[in-house]
Ligand binder design. Structure first.
Ligand SMILES: O=C(O)c1cc(=O)[nH]c(=O)n1[C@@H]1O[C@H](COP(=O)(O)O)[C@@H](O)[C@H]1O
Length: 273
């Protein structure tokens, strides 16, 4: 999917919500555990109930890898279900990969060619030659970790080297890489106060912003400092939506939480556009 198509979807749906499909078998309704593939059954029901309220889904691959081959099969079924039934929805493999060049190429093939995701999250730590193999794929997006939502983000990302914070160096340097137009960036919703500075360096790029809901990030602050002329935001919530209830009404409860966020986003879009 191209960025223009994503922006078009945001305008149609009045939503820049990304729903995180972080499936934990200890948290899903017990009746689903009787299904042949409980993870896919859960995802399908959540997708059916929420697809009109969001523009993106983000399965975090850890939650699938943890269940071995069955988990990976559930991930494959989930992306196939999305691509067949909702081709207008942007898909993110949250895998946080990145390695020496030939290995990164294989990671990119796994997520872009085999599983056919639109994007993958990538760590910048190994530098240019670890990220460019992902950027080489046409109409696919590499979402680079810039400033993450967790406490440990302060251990390295905000530390200064050569008088500049490391996360700013990541943003600036990555702009010089081949096919950098295919980059988006992760900035945690818990770090909204940094967004004005971030927008100075990357005014036009899309940001994936996780951390509203369970981690306490504020949607209004993120929009105030992070939204640009192309909207430029995908705001993710995982647990706050998919585990709104662990009873028979889990899909309705998820849809209602997603709708709450979508309505706030519609207000922000009205204010901004
Ligand atoms: O790359 C991510 O998506 C990510 C980056 C980050 O800085 N913080 C962060 O929470 N995430 C992911 O976003 C999701 C947040 O989930 P909830 O806290 O349940 O909404 C998880 O899949 C995290 O792995």
């Amino acid at each position: 999917m191209t960025t223009d198509q994503l922006i078009h979807q945001i305008k149609i749906k009045k939503s820049f919500l990304c729903i995180g499909l972080d499936v934990d078998l200890n948290k899903i309704p017990v009746h689903l555990l009787k299904e042949e593939d409980p993870i896919f059954a859960f995802n399908k029901t959540i997708i059916d109930a929420t697809h009109h309220l969001c523009v993106a889904y983000k399965p975090n691959t850890a939650f699938y890898e943890a269940y071995g081959i069955k988990g990976w099969q559930a991930l494959e079924k989930t992306i196939n279900y999305l691509n067949e039934n909702h081709p207008d929805i942007f898909t993110i493999a949250d895998a946080k990969r990145g390695d020496i060049g030939n290995t990164s190429t294989m990671y990119a093939k796994a997520f872009f060619e085999d599983l056919e995701f639109d994007s993958v999250t990538v760590a910048p730590y190994m530098g240019k030659d670890s990220v460019e193999p992902f950027l080489a794929f046409e109409n696919k997006h590499t979402i680079l970790l810039a400033l993450t939502s967790n406490q440990g983000a302060l251990d390295f990302q905000t530390k200064k080297i050569e008088n500049q914070e490391l996360y700013k160096k990541v943003l600036e340097t990555s702009k010089t890489w081949k096919n950098s137009k295919n980059l988006m960036y992760v900035v945690g919703a818990t770090k909204a106060e940094y967004l004005a500075d971030i927008r100075q360096i990357i005014p036009d790029s899309f940001l994936l912003v996780p951390g509203v809901g369970a981690q306490g990030g504020n949607l209004n602050d993120v929009c105030k400092y992070g939204m640009n002329n192309y909207i430029g935001l995908l705001i993710n919530s995982s647990r706050g939506i998919i585990y709104a209830s662990n009873d028979n009404d889990f899909a309705e409860a998820a849809a209602s939480k997603a709708k709450e966020l979508q309505e706030q986003m519609a207000l922000e879009l009205n204010r901004h556009l």
